[in-house]
Design a protein around this ligand. Structure first.
Ligand code: COI
Length: 333
């Protein structure tokens, strides 16, 4: 099998090299480039391609050209599949696979880290210390303890389930909403409706896929229903939150803070280095001034286990498809 892996980075390359050593019949080649209408031509001569990117693949030419090169599969090395244009994927008969099980625990542990950071007021504490050289333990820095909190989860797939398990183990009450309820999760959480989760959560965390129609799932109306002491965590997809409404809600103290690993417009930020805050998009600049807000560069998934499994699971499904077997992780839309 001859595969081209787009969006390559040094830490992934280690596992690509291992795959090549352990599978002499295969040839994995890599490029740091993202897949788009310009770079699609690199795929000529390969059996299959794989991507790990946050940039949407919306140009029809990409799908048309892949099909014309005889490529039958795009192997996503991500959980999310929202970058795919399904109309074109279907039109050109491209099979889409993903890697939803690379490490639910990675995102779950990052969610726990976010929750503790917000709850223990580390943002304001660091600001006082590093910006103002102020080490006073003032009343506004007093914290709550996690086992007294209600964790609200929207979306309980593999990741949401792992999140529930972690918080449940710490003694927190976990409530959740999903369109499909999995009885196995009931050991760790109580399912309820969306509205109740929003209203009762002390910490509200999103773990849904991003499907059409889910833009701004949390907006001005939802923030008004939340506890003014509540925190929001988003490590799912940026457009699930109306960012302008979030900024307003934070300014009006309708909610207490947020941890954003993803955000609308993150393509302009993630994997880039800036020299001055004025270079950031306006919404990032506003949020960066708020000590009760933290953003991370879409790194909730970013562990050694995840990276290893992304390569191994995506390439396993590539081999299955090329051998005429059903892939383990077929995305069906
Ligand atoms: C995912 O796996 O869905 C992620 O969000 C990781 C990202 C680098 C695409």
């Amino acid at each position: 099998m001859k595969a081209l892996l787009y969006n390559m980075t040094p830490e992934q390359q280690v596992y690509v090299d291992k795959w090549n050593q352990n599978h002499v019949e295969d040839e994995l080649q890599t490029t740091v480039k993202k897949l788009d209408a310009e770079t699609v031509e690199l795929a000529k001569g390969f059996d299959v391609i794989s991507v790990l990117q946050i940039f949407d693949i919306n140009e029809e030419a990409v799908y048309r050209k892949l099909a014309s090169y005889g490529i039958k599969q795009i192997a996503l090395r991500s959980v999310g599949y929202n970058i795919i244009n399904w109309e074109f994927a279907h039109k050109y008969n491209l099979i889409i696979t993903n890697t939803p099980a690379y490490s639910p625990r990675a995102v779950a542990e990052n969610t726990l880290t976010s929750a503790m950071y917000l709850l223990r007021k580390w943002g304001p504490i660091f600001k006082n210390e590093y910006e103002d050289l102020n080490f006073v333990r003032s009343e506004d820095l007093i914290s709550d303890e996690i086992y007294n909190q209600t964790i609200g989860i929207i979306g309980v797939g593999r990741i949401g389930g792992a999140v529930a398990e972690l918080f449940h183990a710490l003694g927190a009450k976990v409530i959740a909403y999903d369109i499909v309820e999995n009885p196995a999760n009931e050991a760790f959480l109580d399912y309820t409706d969306f509205e109740t989760v929003i209203k009762e959560a002390d910490i509200l965390t999103l773990h849904t896929p991003f499907e059409p129609g889910m833009d701004n799932m949390l907006g001005a109306a939802e923030f008004k229903k939340m506890k003014s002491t509540a925190y929001i965590i988003n490590a799912a997809r940026g457009p699930l939150i109306d960012i302008q409404a979030l900024i307003t809600a934070l300014k009006n103290r309708e909610i207490a803070g947020a941890s954003l690993d993803v955000m609308t417009g993150e393509e302009n930020i993630v994997m880039k280095k800036f020299t001055n805050i004025a270079e950031l998009p306006a919404d990032y600049q506003e949020l960066a001034k708020m000590p009760n807000v933290v953003f991370t560069p879409h790194s909730a998934y970013y562990t050694k286990t995840s990276v290893k499994n992304m390569i191994e699971q995506s390439m396993t499904d590539v081999k299955r498809v090329l051998n005429g077997q059903k892939p383990i992780y077929l995305v069906e839309e």
